[in-house]
Design a protein around this ligand. Structure first.
Ligand code: SF4
Length: 188
């Protein structure tokens, strides 16, 4: 069955990736999940940089996410910033030293070497197939997509270079276009 073969490949890739990630994060005195948290926070938009969104993205418990955040804060890799208009919301921001670390650790060395060995066309082809598989997986399980504004049903073009989010009632910043969002939904 095709799905079993795909599952076997994904599982093997994930194992190799986990081992490489463990090696790489140990160098920086971090656990793989701590790197994952920093990575998420470095690629999400301002509506998604909260402990709640992070918990949903990782599929972990509130308690374990909160422990991870504490460690990262103590190591100086992230800071908490209160929302300017709603004091109940706390944003989690990665620090400059976390960004430098992420540049070295993501993608992991093994992954980088492997992708560089493939042609650009092959890379594009694999990316597109994996995207399709991820969307199918999320869709069939009714899970949040965590996609970017350009592929979201709530993104409306207002003319020129202006875009507006119909869900959150706010203009969209060009600089945030490629950041992932907890409210993202694919067009129907
Ligand atoms: S357009 Fe979609 S992805 Fe972008 S901010 Fe709005 S809900 Fe999030």
């Amino acid at each position: 069955m095709a799905s079993t073969k795909i599952y076997d490949y994904i599982e093997r890739i994930a194992e190799l990736q986990r081992a490489d990630s463990r090696r790489c994060t140990a160098e920086f005195g971090l656990q793989p999940v701590q790197l994952e948290v920093l990575h998420y926070l470095s690629i999400c938009n301002q509506f998604s940089d909260t402990a709640k969104a992070l918990t949903e993205y990782l599929g972990q418990t509130k308690g374990s996410v909160s422990q991870t955040l504490k460690v990262l804060e103590n190591k100086g890799y992230l800071c908490k910033v209160a929302d300017l208009s709603d004091g109940r919301i706390t944003h989690l921001q990665v620090t400059e030293s976390a960004r430098q670390l992420l540049q070295k650790a993501i993608p992991s060395p093994l992954f980088n070497v492997a992708c560089k060995g493939l042609t650009e066309q092959k890379n594009i082809q694999i990316e597109s197939s994996l995207k399709e598989l991820l969307e199918a997986l999320l869709g069939s399980n009714n899970m949040k997509t965590f996609g970017v504004c350009s592929s979201c049903r709530y993104n409306t073009h207002k003319g020129g270079s202006e875009y507006y989010c119909e869900l959150l009632n706010t203009p969209l910043q060009h600089s945030a276009e490629q950041l992932i969002c907890i409210e993202h939904q694919l067009p129907t």
